[in-house]
Design a protein around this ligand. Structure first.
Ligand SMILES: NC(=O)c1ccc[n+]([C@@H]2O[C@H](COP(=O)([O-])OP(=O)(O)OC[C@H]3O[C@@H](n4cnc5c(N)ncnc54)[C@H](OP(=O)(O)O)[C@@H]3O)[C@@H](O)[C@H]2O)c1
Length: 308
């Protein structure tokens, strides 16, 4: 397992992250097996959000592992807030952020979060108010570090104007079958869809500003449209290339799909959402596979992208 230093923190994190959004599908026993498998593989980073299973995923996580001080210190725990799922809107008010964190800590049975992310940008965000909330969370010891998710560079700059703490993470959708972060840079200024810059060059921005990128839904295409691995109707060429490389490296297709992300020099963390211990082990095998430059491009092209 490869570990990366999250810049501007004292956190040394596995580049494979266990995402807990789907934990509600599991019994406590199966959840425990999954978490222990992750830890046995060297995963030390666990991603949550207050809305996953309306809070039940955080509860299941803590109950399954019987959270206590000695387990807690082996883990880097990250959660997110800022989405009001039931009402279907975003809320970055100070009151909501503080209340959300209290709920998260209670459900995870811990005194502190290593990292808190703002889940999706709230157009009604008052950055000064967010700064007040962060200050209170930091000084009370409830949150050590802060970050964002699904933010573009300008939204981050706006927040940074008011928030004194470093924003250390940006969690973004990224998989072989979802590559807007790469596409526009490769096909700059061409008259084709691939050239559309959908995120104001967020990948380069994060690298320039030492923000660790975390890739969510690494095996999905579209917005939860399904898994591209094994989907030979929609991704015949991609699966063929992935399967050939899986044979070469003596791993599964899941490992190759993971390795395509970990191979990127930005040191991106892969947030896997599988509920199956064996698939999690497969993904962990992709932590360090040294895909060649040629193989990386071959996969990118097989996903339907052009290299002009
Ligand atoms: N920041 C955000 O806005 C945001 C949004 C979404 C998610 N997230 C985070 O990202 C994590 C991962 O998201 P995700 O769960 O969508 O990611 P994912 O790992 O791409 O997808 C996992 C799902 O795909 C299935 N799957 C994976 N490989 C498969 C294969 N080869 N064949 C069939 N099914 C396969 C899994 O089924 P099995 O369980 O059967 O393996 C599971 O249902 C979440 O847990 C959460 O922490 C963040």
């Amino acid at each position: 397992m490869k570990y990366i230093q999250i810049a501007n923190t004292d956190l040394k994190a596995s580049n494979i992250v266990m995402g807990n959004m789907r934990l509600k599908e599991l019994s406590l026993k199966d959840a425990e097996t999954l978490i222990r498998t992750a830890m046995d593989e060297g995963v030390n980073f666990f991603d949550h959000a207050d809305i996953y299973g309306a809070g039940t995923c955080e509860e299941i996580f803590a109950d399954a592992i019987q959270m206590n001080a000695s387990i807690r210190e082996k883990m880097i725990l990250q959660s997110k807030c800022g989405i009001r799922a039931k009402e279907n809107y975003y809320d970055f008010s100070k009151e909501h952020i503080l209340k959300s964190v209290d709920g998260i800590l209670k459900r995870l049975k811990t005194d502190y979060l290593d990292i808190l992310l703002l889940h999706r940008p709230d157009p009604l965000m008052e950055p000064a108010e967010v700064a007040e909330a962060f200050e209170e969370l930091r000084s009370s010891g409830k949150v050590n570090y802060f970050g964002v998710s699904n933010f573009n560079p300008t939204q981050i700059e706006l927040l940074k104007k008011y928030v004194p703490q470093k924003l250390v993470v940006n969690q973004l959708q990224f998989s072989i079958a979802h590559t807007p972060m790469i596409d526009s840079g490769i096909a700059l200024n061409m008259q084709m869809d691939q050239s559309i810059n959908r995120d104001s060059s967020i990948l380069e921005y994060c690298r320039l500003h030492d923000m660790t990128i975390q890739a969510w839904s690494p095996f999905q295409h579209g917005f939860f449209k399904g898994v591209f691995l094994g989907d030979t109707d929609n991704f015949p060429e991609l699966n063929e290339v992935i399967n050939t490389l899986a044979k070469k490296y003596e791993v599964t297709a899941t490992a190759i799909a993971t390795a395509w992300i970990t191979r990127h020099p930005a040191n991106i963390q892969v947030v896997t959402g599988t509920t199956k211990p064996s698939r999690l082990q497969d993904a962990c095998k992709g932590s360090e596979i040294p895909l060649t430059r040629e193989e990386w491009y071959q996969i990118y092209k097989a996903a339907g992208n052009m290299v002009p």
